[in-house]
Ligand binder design. Structure first.
Ligand SMILES: [Zn+2]
Length: 71
């Protein structure tokens, strides 16, 4: 049984680290990219759509639209 929570949350794939300060994880469902950044003493998270548009606020992503990738 799939819970409501399951349908709203992204399923992050394996992390990729293009540089020591950045970790990327793509959602296997919708392709949204979670970008974690570490610089000096700061740490924050951004989200980008596959077309490069930044989305979400204050580290909170928009909810996952679901099966765009699986279809
Ligand atoms: Zn997603």
């Amino acid at each position: 049984m799939v819970s409501v929570w399951d349908t709203l949350t992204h399923r992050w794939g394996d992390p990729v680290r293009p540089d020591p300060h950045t970790t990327l994880r793509g959602c296997t469902r919708c392709g949204l990219c979670r970008v974690s950044r570490h610089e000096n003493a700061e740490y924050w998270v951004e989200y980008e759509r596959p077309d490069g548009v930044r989305v979400g606020e204050d580290g909170i992503p928009p909810r996952c639209p679901g099966r765009l990738v699986d279809a």
